[in-house]
Structures are given as structure tokens and as C-alpha cells.
Design a binder for this molecule. Structure first.
Ligand code: FAD
Ligand code: DLZ
Ligand code: SF4
Length: 514
């Protein structure tokens, strides 16, 4: 019987400064953390994702206990575990008899709805605090969005640069430009090999979680063998320092490049610990800025990296909360094909897809251009149902929670939101993948061919996509060029492209190997 507050910390709220712990009274308050089957199975999460979250929760609970905090920690295999967050809160209220519940706003709409019912369910008042770990509040974003006809990341990002005084000289951007993206589109020369990022061997506590996950979630796709995620703030910090020292200087140049032997390229690998709460976004931005100020990393790299965190990450979250729950059912392009089985197995002759999916199953990670321009682009061109694509991205990536996964997938990759996230779809033929990667050389398909039996599937699907949505895209100035090219093409060529695309789509429907 505590009489104090029951403070709930969810699996992605593992920050020392999390709002629900502010003002904690060590004598009377109890912190509740619960491993529950409901959260482990609402999509078939990659086993590494489950292991990372549960291991990080256990380490966080230990760190709290070491500071003298009382933690009610419910492990997945504890007797009496009810399997849901709602029921664990109710069970804890019955056991602890707190005067009130204190929680932090969760990252998913479905959990927020449930959390808003906790007071009624338990008969105890529930205070839900704002998640202050983000650099733009949900209400602040809504105010920024008000009265704007179109929401564009670039303008939001400039506001954030000003607000947080990052890469600024008075009112002006350092270097005279807000955005150095045009310098960040190089392909990787074959002589350059990106350094291996730090991976973190499992300690005994993490090992036992891995064993538990292996036993309980063997039916989920993805391998546990290469687990190397940081699960403490200390290890996350080591991983971040490794990025700043060895990869940040090159991050800009090859941000959009892909290479068969380099699953991580020069990327930061910070999304998983960042989204868990083990790293702080503002601190990351300031430390990247310091690398520029000290002359250790060039501006195009540092600005490019900061834009991802201060710009894209916050913008995406703002869009999610602004448009939920409607956003979850948007399907502006009427896409309805089921998700091909090879998304789960990587069993396809399309080398770009096999490599991107293969490393996803091995590491629960693919970098942005693989997610957007390979697996996302294929789903867009083929017309795969956004619900199924969303489920896949939410399941397979260690960094995936709906607030960040959904606008990226449904919006940026699939254009299913009709243009809320991006003014045009990121549709591309095989030529783009060939330009930005070394994937095509050893592919069973011919990237230069569009209509033959071994022609790169992206090519015909691209033109078919333009043709199917011609009416919609003709009015979009940023899509007018491909629509015009399509209309100028000779009729026999257009027919051959559409026939090839129809065969490919039929093969997808029938589950034939592509
Ligand atoms: P880096 O390339 O090194 O970038 C640094 C950081 O910037 C990332 O860690 C991330 O925190 C942030 N960032 C970069 N781009 C974005 C973006 N578009 N949206 C939000 N944050 C961004 N990111 C997630 O964190 N979770 C997801 O579930 C997720 N799903 C995605 C689905 C699709 C279809 C696409 C196209 C992108 C998705 N992203 C998601 C964004 C991005 O791909 C990942 O954040 C990035 O690949 C993580 O690897 P990194 O840490 O090495 O990133
Ligand atoms: C993703 C996840 C998983 C796999 N397991 C748990 C868990 O057992 N307990 C918990 O509190 N949180 C878990 N999470 C994270 C939640 O799903 C996450 O807090 C919500 O999706 C809101 O972002
Ligand atoms: Fe992918 Fe086409 Fe290149 Fe093969 S040829 S790797 S399918 S883009």
C-alpha cells in the first residue's frame, strides 16, 4: 500500500528525464513497468526489436532501483501477467493502492486512447503529461500548421533551427544556406568502404531476454543471431560517439547511396535508441554541430544530419498527431494488392529487394534510401495495400513505433495520404536504383530493359504507375514531366510496358517468384 503515485513508464519511454518521473517521491511512489504480450504481438515485431525493448526496460528498471526508486516490474513470463498494459495498470492499482496514476503521452494513438480510459477503469485519477523529449510539442506543431495550405518540412525545419539556435549566425543560417541536400546525392565509389559501426554484445540480463524471445516468438520473421543493439543509455552514448567520430564527416556525401557490402553505409544507427529514449535529440544535434564548429566534419554532413532529427523526425511526429485517427485509413491511390510473401523472406530475384529485405531480417535495420526507394518504391509502384505495408514496416524495424513509421510509410513512401507529407510521390524506375547503388550489376534482371522477360520489374511498373494515375498527376507540376513523357511515347512501346506490368502484377497476385 503506497498512497503515493503510480508512475507508469512504457517500453519506449526509457529516459531519465521522462515527464512521468518528474517530482518522484522515493518514499511513497511506485514506478510500474510491464512486459506484456499485447505490445509484443500487435504486429509480429522482429525478434530483435522485442529483445531490444525488453532488455532496455530491464536495464532501465535496474538503474531506477539503484537510485532507490521502488519499481513494480512485471516480466513477460511472470505468473499472473495479464498480457496487456491496461490490465497491468489495473492490477498494479489494486495491489499498490496509489492516490493517483501519472503517465507520459504515448507514441501511438491506440495506446493514447487506452491510457485515457485508465482513470475510469481503475477509479483512480490519471494525470497524462506531455512528452517533453521532442523538440516541438504536439500543440505547437498544430499552431504552426494552422492556416497553412500546405505543410512543408523545409519551412518547419527553419523554424526549428531558429527556435533551438542550431547552426545559426544571428538570424541567418550558418554557411548562408538552410539546406545542403543538393551536395548529398553522390553514389559510393567502389574504392570506399564504410567503417563498421559499433555493435554491443549482450550482457547476462540481455542474454536471458534473448533466450526468452527465442522461446516465445519463434513464429515472428527475423533472426536474433546478430543482435547488437545498445540497451542502456551508456552504450547508446558509445554508439553515438562512434558515429560522430567515424561516419558523420561522410554522412552528407553518401546519404542517399546504397551498396551491397555496406548495410549501414555512413548512417548513424541512432533511431532505435533515440526512439526508446536512451538518447536525447537536442543533445545529438548540438554534438553534431560541435563537430562542425571544431572543424572535424563539413557543413553539408552536419546540416544533413541535423535536418533529419530537428526537421524530419519532428515534422513526421507533428503530422501523425495532427491527422490521426483519419491518417491510418488513407489510401489516396486506391492501392489494394496484398503484400508479397518475399517481403518477409527476401526470396526474390530482384537483388535490390533481396538485399534490403535480407539485411532487415538480419539486423532489424535498413537505411532510409532502402526503405524509401527500394521496398517503399516497389510497394508504391505495384499498388500494395497501405495497411499491409504499414504493418510490415511497423513490425520489421527496431526503431518502429506508429508515430514515426506511419507518416513515413503511408505518406512519404506510398503517397497514400494524397500529398500531406510530400508534394509528389517518390516513384522511380530501376535507373534511379542503378545510379545510387551497385545492386544492379549482379542482378538477375536487366536494369536497362523494361519489357523483356528479364527486364527490371521497376521499369514497367514505374510507367504503369504513371499511366494508372495520369489524371491525378497531370495537375501536379512536379509530376508533369513523367506524365508528358508517357504521353509522348509511341503506342506500341506503351502497350508493351503495360502488358509487362500486368504480367508482373499478376505474378504478385498469384505468389509466383519475381
Ligand atoms: P540516419 O540516416 O543516420 O538519420 C539520423 C536520424 O534522423 C535517424 O536516426 C532518425 O531519428 C532521423 N530521421 C531521418 N529520417 C527520418 C524520417 N524520415 N522520419 C523520422 N526520423 C528521421 N524512422 C524511425 O525512426 N522509425 C520508423 O519506423 C521509420 N519508418 C520508416 C519507414 C519508411 C517507409 C521510410 C521511408 C522511413 C522510415 N523511417 C523511420 C525514417 C528513417 O528511414 C530512419 O529513421 C533511419 O533509417 C534510421 O536509421 P539511422 O538512425 O541510421 O538514420
Ligand atoms: C513495442 C513494445 C514492445 C514490443 N513491448 C512492450 C512491452 O512489453 N511493454 C511496454 O510498456 N511497451 C512495449 N513496447 C512499446 C509500446 O508498444 C509503446 O510504448 C507504444 O507503442 C507507444 O509508442
Ligand atoms: Fe533492382 Fe532492377 Fe537493379 Fe535488379 S535491375 S537490382 S530489380 S533495380
Amino acid at each position: 500500500m503506497s498512497g503515493g503515485a503510480l508512475r507508469v513508464v512504457l517500453g519506449d519511454q526509457l529516459s531519465r528525464g521522462i515527464a512521468s518521473l518528474a517530482g518522484l517521491d522515493k518514499v511513497h511512489d511506485v514506478v510500474l513497468m510491464a512486459e506484456v504480450m499485447g505490445e509484443c504481438t500487435y504486429v509480429p515485431h522482429h525478434p530483435q526489436k522485442i529483445a531490444m525493448i525488453l532488455a532496455a526496460m530491464r536495464h532501465f528498471a535496474e538503474a531506477l532501483r539503484a537510485r532507490g526508486v521502488t519499481v513494480r516490474y512485471v516480466a513477460l513470463d511472470d505468473e499472473g501477467n495479464t498480457g496487456t498494459l491496461d490490465d497491468e495498470v489495473a492490477r498494479a492499482v489494486a495491489a499498490v493502492q496509489p492516490s493517483r496514476i501519472i503517465a507520459t503521452e504515448p507514441g501511438e494513438f491506440r495506446v493514447r486512447t487506452a491510457m485515457r480510459g485508465w482513470a475510469e477503469n481503475t477509479g483512480v485519477a490519471c494525470e497524462i503529461r506531455e512528452d517533453t523529449r521532442f523538440l516541438c510539442g504536439i500543440d505547437e506543431f498544430a499552431r504552426w500548421a494552422e492556416d497553412r495550405r500546405q505543410l512543408r518540412m523545409e519551412f518547419f525545419y527553419r523554424e526549428m533551427r531558429r527556435k533551438h539556435a542550431i547552426l545559426m549566425e544571428g538570424d541567418n543560417p550558418v554557411g548562408g544556406k538552410w539546406n545542403f541536400d543538393s551536395e548529398n546525392r553522390k553514389a559510393l565509389p567502389s574504392a570506399i568502404t564504410p567503417p563498421h559501426p559499433r555493435r554491443f554484445p549482450a550482457d547476462a540480463a540481455t542474454r536471458s531476454v534473448i533466450d526468452l524471445v527465442a522461446a516465445r516468438f519463434s513464429g515472428h520473421y527475423g533472426s536474433l543471431a546478430d543482435f547488437g543493439y545498445p540497451v542502456t543509455a551508456h552504450d547508446a552514448e558509445t554508439g553515438c560517439a562512434d558515429f560522430l567520430a567515424h561516419r558523420l564527416p561522410y554522412f552528407g556525401d553518401w546519404q542517399d547511396a546504397m551498396s551491397a557490402g555496406a548495410p549501414f553505409m555512413f548512417h548513424a544507427l541512432v533511431s532505435a535508441p533515440l526512439n526508446l529514449g536512451l538518447l536525447d535529440p537536442l543533445d545529438l544535434c548540438r554534438r553534431a554541430e560541435a563537430e562542425f564548429t571544431a572543424g572535424r566534419a563539413p557543413l553539408n554532413a552536419v546540416e544533413g544530419f541535423i535536418r533529419q532529427i530537428l526537421g524530419w523526425r519532428e515534422f513526421i511526429r507533428g503530422i501523425y498527431w495532427l491527422h490521426m485517427p483519419d491518417y491510418a485509413s488513407k489510401n489516396a491511390l486506391g492501392a489494394d494488392l496484398h503484400l508479397p510473401e518475399f517481403y518477409w523472406t527476401g526470396a526474390t530475384d530482384m537483388r535490390c529487394m533481396a538485399l534490403s529485405i535480407g539485411q532487415t531480417m538480419k539486423f532489424a535495420y535498413a537505411h532510409h534510401i532502402q526503405r524509401l526507394m527500394v521496398t517503399g518504391n516497389f510497394a508504391l509502384l505495384a499498388g500494395i495495400d497501405p495497411d499491409a505495408v504499414d504493418q510490415w514496416y511497423l513490425a520489421v524495424y527496431a526503431d518502429a513505433y506508429e508515430w514515426v513509421e506511419m507518416p513515413n510509410t503511408r505518406g512519404m513512401a506510398l503517397h497514400a495520404d494524397g500529398g500531406i507529407v510530400g508534394s509528389k510521390p517518390y516513384a522511380a524506375s530501376g535507373a534511379y536504383i542503378n545510379r545510387m547503388s551497385d545492386y544492379c550489376g549482379d542482378c538477375a534482371y536487366d536494369v536497362k530493359d523494361a519489357t523483356g522477360s528479364r527486364a527490371c520489374p521497376f521499369n514497367a511498373l514505374y510507367w504503369d504507375f504513371i499511366a494508372r494515375h495520369e489524371a491525378r498527376f497531370a495537375g501536379n507540376p512536379r509530376m508533369a514531366m513523367p506524365v508528358r513523357s508517357w504521353n509522348r511515347m509511341a503506342a506500341p512501346k506503351r502497350e508493351a510496358l503495360r502488358a509487362r506490368a500486368a504480367r508482373l502484377r499478376q505474378a504478385l497476385i498469384e505468389g509466383d517468384r519475381l
